[in-house]
Write a protein that binds this ligand. Sequence first.
Ligand SMILES: [Zn+2]
Length: 168
Amino acid sequence: MNSTELPSFEPVTEADREIIAVQLGRPPRALRAVAARCPGGHPSVVQTSPRLENGTPFPTLYYLTCPRLASLVGRLEASGIMKEMTARLETDEELAAAYLRAHESYLAQRDAIEPLGHQVTAGGMPGRVKCLHVHLAHTLACGPGVNPFGDETLELLRPDWPSGDCAK
Ligand SMILES: [Zn+2]
């Protein structure tokens, strides 16, 4: 798949919408599609429109909804790993180039839905690593080889996910 092309995902069902509302603790906004699921079948990543229904820009195209996965990522973030990841961008040219491509791909996919008129994507791309939830969501939605830090996050979670509740 050309990573700048918008992947086609399955449409959201009413049952998905209800599960996502429980996952988020509020009705989902600007929901476009379920971009990934946990092995148990519940949505783990949703694709969101670049603008909410009231017109407010929402630059995060892929949003992690599974609470279990989100809390595992939160635990990883609390270890301070994002600082180390950001520092590696300074010294590893190949990684920096891959991260820039991730940013460009994210932007191209979002612009294919609706351009927001700016180049800001999410998660700190392309210069910093600020939110691993964003990167993991990107990897789960678009597959390996698109976002290097999403791929790394998935690898780091391997001992805990998919397993347990999310493996049912
Ligand atoms: Zn899950």
